[in-house]
Design a protein around this ligand. Structure first.
Ligand code: NAP
Length: 342
């Protein structure tokens, strides 16, 4: 168990795995999975490790999915992209804009691979993957059978999809199909984007504004390891929201289509004065309270203790109990992140 996972998780946590295998094709991925399971080893398939926390050494094989390639097909209304799961997401966003294909600009600078994007239905600044996803191609690991799920079959929800449930562990994503409409409609509902003029704005200007916002607020994983937003924004019932808003009228809140209300986890954490709080080598980011960072050779225990502290403070003050968005990986596979920090 002496293969370091440090280069394979953006948190930069030092843990080891028994084996790390890079797969450039679906067949290589299947072969690696088959040989690991034949020797009773647990398997973890990873993209760029931008949404994981390794709690322990992983007693098995980590398969790094590097299936590459971008194919473009054009119809009168749209561009259709078939993107290998191992393509870097931000490079894909840049690539499409350089080719004059708009639609992904709000999703600039999201760390990770294209193949990981459907798993938690990545989203930022008013766009989610589900708005542009046409299909997801998978292989069933046990049988090697290829299948294509339509966007509807992926059951996308808020940071959620079928790949976190029925399809978890049994299927590997090998490609993602995206449809970008030629008739572009800018989404300018968030932050600095609201200052842009929808009549004259270009996709590149939206891209630049998103990159600027992200670069000023979010830590660069190359400087301070992190896994983006550590917690999900809590979604609560309207009745609970009314009680909370009576006490905290300034709390940012966003009514959802189904009648529930989304709160901003970063605001809740900030109200507890937790920015800059440190546990061991882990800290709450000073510019954006929703992000926990590896400030000084943090261990996963430091991160868990810090996350527990944050959850406890927010829960005691607001009676809202935060849940991690980051996925926790134990010795043989994923474990419950909520139970780990409760
Ligand atoms: P922000 O603008 O400070 O807003 C805080 C939260 O309020 C956001 O998370 C967002 O929820 C919600 N919000 C803000 N304006 C909204 C609007 N007009 N309509 C509906 N909801 C609104 O957020 P931020 O932290 O700088 O992040 C900006 C965007 O990047 C967000 O969409 C965020 O999700 C995304 N982001 C994601 C990650 C990640 O690791 N998953 C990391 C950084 C940023 P939503 O999150 O539901 O959009």
């Amino acid at each position: 168990m002496n293969h370091s996972l440090k280069p394979w998780n953006t948190f930069g946590i030092q843990r080891n795995a028994s084996h790390i295998v890079r797969a450039d094709t679906a067949q290589q991925l299947l072969d690696a999975w088959t040989s690991a399971t034949a020797s009773q080893q647990p398997v973890l398939i990873l993209g760029e490790g931008s949404n994981v926390l390794f709690l322990e050494d992983f007693a098995g094989t980590v398969i790094v999915n590097r299936i590459m390639g971008i194919d473009i097909r054009e119809t009168d209304e749209s561009w259709h992209l078939h993107v290998g799961a191992g393509e870097n997401w931000h490079h894909l966003v840049q690539f499409t804009l350089e080719k004059g294909m708009a639609g992904l600009e709000n999703l600039a600078l999201i760390p990770g691979c294209a193949g990981s994007s459907p798993i938690q239905n990545i989203g930022a600044y008013g766009i989610e993957l589900k708005h542009v996803c046409e299909y997801v191609d998978c292989i069933e690991l046990e049988t090697g059978k290829a299948s294509r799920l339509t966007a509807e079959e992926c059951q996308f929800g808020y940071r959620d999809s079928i790949f976190k449930h029925e399809y978890q562990d049994r299927f590997a994503i090998v490609a993602v199909g995206l449809r970008l409409a030629k008739r572009w409609q800018p989404i300018l509902t968030y932050g600095d984007l609201t200052r842009l003029d929808p009549k004259t704005v270009t996709p590149k200007q939206v891209f630049d504004a998103v990159c600027h916002m992200r670069m000023t607020k979010l830590p660069d994983p190359k400087v301070n390891g992190n896994a983006g937003s550590f917690f999900k924004n809590p979604v609560i019932t309207r009745e609970t929201a009314e009680i909370l808003l009576a006490a905290w009228p300034n709390a940012p809140h966003y009514p959802q289509e189904n009648g529930s209300v989304k709160l901003a986890a970063g605001w809740l954490i900030d109200q507890c004065q937790l920015k800059g709080t440190v546990k061991g080598g882990a800290a709450v980011h000073r510019q954006q309270a929703l992000v926990l960072i590896n400030e000084n050779a943090a261990t996963s225990d430091d991160v868990v203790q810090l996350a527990h502290h944050v959850r406890q403070c927010v829960g005691e003050k607001f009676n809202v109990w935060l849940e991690p968005e980051v996925r926790f990986i134990g010795r043989t596979g994923e474990v419950s992140a909520v139970e780990t920090i409760a």
